[in-house]
Write a protein that binds this ligand. Structure first.
Ligand code: GAL
Length: 678
């Protein structure tokens, strides 16, 4: 991303799939969109079969009509390339382009995302349809950007993948000798003598080779990225200069190294579906938003969210309109240039019939559509915030969390000391603790400029390359406080353990030498000397060359160090050898923040249920107050609330479930006072 994505207004709308509906409905769609202030839709995402009904024969008349209709109604659009869902004719003509699962099963069409990413026929067809769309619509004045594909993520283990994987490995290792060494193939007689012997990690008799598994994940991300940039290049060759994005997906789709991808895109965008209807959903909004802002390195876009449903195991919980609005503001506050949804109108049939939409089955006489209208009007009033600051970040944070796709992939390899150690769970636990403390948070990648952060958290990162070790060491040498979680740095980038004691590559920096990993049973907890409760994991270590912050208070490790801190000049390296339960971790993190004077965005909001986020703009800063609590509050300070268009100096009341977006006077200080229930 070289130029920040700055639309002329905050984008509002969603996936629009008019090909599912008769034309009378299109007219109603336009009227309802206008009423709701929709200014952006994504069209064409799953339209390949109607756009190109036979190989090489395009029938774009309907799409011309959709574009014309949007134009007449002054609605902008992202044009999607439909390559996530090849039509039946494609798979029939090119059965070799069907994806193969690890167990060798060919996946059939009948759903979506059924393609073998490395199959030449698929890649060629994808380029062709991207080129066709770019030539036809690439200079349309209402084109806001290109939405290449949809949520890349179909993993193929078939022959095309095997060939491409070998090429990728040759590029990475050059010689088979280097590969054999990196993969430790001497174990279990896996030595490769010919590149052709190497396969994708398919179903095996027993445990797979971890280095092989992680390299395959890296390859899949790179291979899908190449497919994506091929489409981007077709679009550019056709002369279209509109921004190019592809929608990442959270929380479950973990196949990409989004840092690398974002470098190739003009805009980072994400589909974010909350995974809990409970209060933790708000922390999840913050997590998805902070992560995508980090990937994009600036303003980004919420491409999809659900209008009224939150998946809760087997059932669909209802998302109330006020929560939908607060959540949307939570993304915008953290740098999203709008709030888009999947999808505009709920489908009457098909696989996602029961997915919520901006216009539900019951129609516009619904709380959901009314909420949509309210959100559209609200975003219209916030237009000025889309202009990013001339210098510095959109959100300013003093603490950061390291996020690395490789960390996730390493922990997905089998037979670790405790397979319950899950990367995303760990990262989210740390982010949640910071969110609960009310501070702004950045995510960073290995090697990033971290000089501005007072505390850098590495929740866990099993495998570290030499550069990352040097980078972390420099951070501490320069006066930063590094907080490292268990099972970090135990291996190199090939998942090979550094012998001589854990955490091998960080022993020096942390001043500890761990000799045993001692996982706890699933329900087991223990106490530490500072009263913290821990679970899942403990470690025995030698007397550290570091201060002991807390010791194990019970069990076989009673009296031995659990949490240590090594001081290095003005800097420090803390090691946490166990997993604190969330409440204990919250307390530990809050104390660290206080020690480093990392203050909440609005300290006075603590305990009121009001979430405060500050977004920086070109002319001012904007304080977003999202009230998730159940008692009204009075907020006062020098500024102007854009929601109600009223000054805040004498105070405004924010009701439970409500919100305010305040253009702040410079150096504004805020008071937040709970009021008796209305
Ligand atoms: C997204 C996807 C949409 C739709 C949605 C349902 O991940 O991009 O097409 O399937 O999920 O939640």
């Amino acid at each position: 991303m070289t130029v920040p994505f700055v639309p002329d207004r905050l984008l509002f709308g969603g996936d629009y799939n008019p090909e599912q509906w008769p034309r009378e409905v299109w007219a109603e769609d336009m009227a309802l969109m206008r009423r709701a202030g929709v200014n952006t839709v994504t069209i064409g995402v799953f339209s390949w079969a109607v756009l190109e009904p036979r190989e090489g024969e395009f029938e774009p008349g309907w799409l011309d009509d959709v574009v014309a209709l949007l134009d007449t109604n002054e609605i902008g659009f992202f044009l999607a390339t439909p390559t996530a869902s090849p039509p039946p004719w494609f798979t029939r003509a090119h059965p070799d382009a069907l994806p193969v699962r690890a167990d060798g099963t060919y996946v059939s069409h009948g759903s979506r995302d059924t393609y073998a990413i490395s199959a030449p026929a698929y890649r060629q067809a994808a380029r062709r349809v991207a080129r066709f769309l770019a030539e036809r619509y690439g200079d349309h004045p209402r084109l806001r950007g290109w939405h290449v594909h949809n949520e890349y993520g179909t993993i193929d283990h078939g022959p095309h993948a095997a060939a491409a994987f070998r090429r990728w490995l040759q590029g990475r290792y050059t010689s088979l000798e280097a590969l054999n060494d990196a993969w430790c193939t001497a174990f279990w007689s896996q030595r490769y003598d010919d590149w052709e012997e190497i396969l994708p990690p398919r179903t095996t008799q027993y445990l797979a080779n971890p280095a092989h598994a992680v390299d395959f994940k890296r390859f899949c991300s790179d291979e899908m990225l190449t497919a994506c940039t091929e489409q981007r290049d077709e679009i550019r060759t056709a002369g279209s200069t509109a921004p190019v994005t592809t929608n990442f997906m959270l929380p479950t789709w973990d196949h990409l190294n989004q840092w690398d991808w974002s470098e190739q895109l003009d805009l980072a965008s994400v589909d974010h579906y909350l995974d809990t209807p409970g209060p933790d959903g708000e922390a999840h909004v913050a997590y998805g938003a902070d992560l995508t802002r980090a990937w994009g390195g600036g303003p980004w876009l919420l491409m999809e969210q659900s209008a009224a449903g939150i998946r809760d195991g087997a059932r669909q919980a209802f998302k109330d309109p006020d929560r939908m609005i607060r959540n949307s503001l939570g993304y915008v506050a953290r740098g999203s240039q709008g709030a888009l949804f999947f999808q505009w109108r709920a489908s009457a049939g098909g696989s996602e019939t029961w997915h919520s939409a901006m216009v539900p089955h019951v129609g516009p006489q619904s709380r959901t559509y009314e909420g949509v209208v309210e959100l559209g009007a609200l975003l219209g009033r916030l237009q000025e915030i889309a202009e990013p600051p001339r210098t510095g970040p959109v959100v300013e944070a003093d603490v950061a969390v390291l996020w690395d796709a490789n960390g996730r992939w390493s922990l997905q390899t089998p037979h670790l000391p405790n397979d319950e150690l899950d990367y995303t769970t760990e990262v989210r636990a740390t982010h949640r603790a910071l969110w609960r403390a009310g501070v702004a948070v950045d995510f960073v990648r290995p090697g990033a400029d971290v000089t501005r952060y007072r505390v850098l958290f590495v929740p866990t990162l099993m495998a570290l390359d030499a550069d990352t070790v040097t980078w972390l060491t420099r951070y501490v040498d320069a006066g930063g406080h590094l907080v490292v979680g268990r099972f970090t740095g135990v291996a190199d980038e090939h998942q090979r353990v550094a012998p001589g004691g854990y955490p091998g590559r960080l022993r020096e920096l942390l001043g500890v030498r761990v000799t045993e990993h001692l996982p706890l049973a699933p329900d087991e907890t223990q106490e530490l000397s500072d009263g913290s409760v821990v679970e899942q994991w403990t470690e025995r270590m030698d007397p550290p060359r570091a201060d002991i912050v807390a010791a194990y208070a019970e069990g076989p490790l009673a009296g031995l160090p659990a949490v240590t801190r090594r001081r290095v000049g003005d800097g420090a390296a803390t090691y946490v050898s166990t997993r604190m339960v969330q409440e204990s971790w919250d307390g530990f993190v809050a104390a660290l923040l206080a020690e480093h004077d990392v203050r909440p965005v609005v300290p006075e909001a603590a305990g009121t249920g009001v979430e405060a986020i500050r977004r920086r703009g070109a002319e001012a800063t904007y304080l977003f107050l999202l009230h998730h609590g159940d008692q009204p509050v009075r907020v006062a300070g020098p500024g102007h609330d854009l929601v109600t268009d009223s000054p805040t100096d004498a105070g405004i009341v924010v009701a439970p479930g409500g919100y305010a977006v305040i253009r702040e006077a410079p150096t504004a200080a805020w008071s937040v006072t709970p009021l008796p229930p209305a």
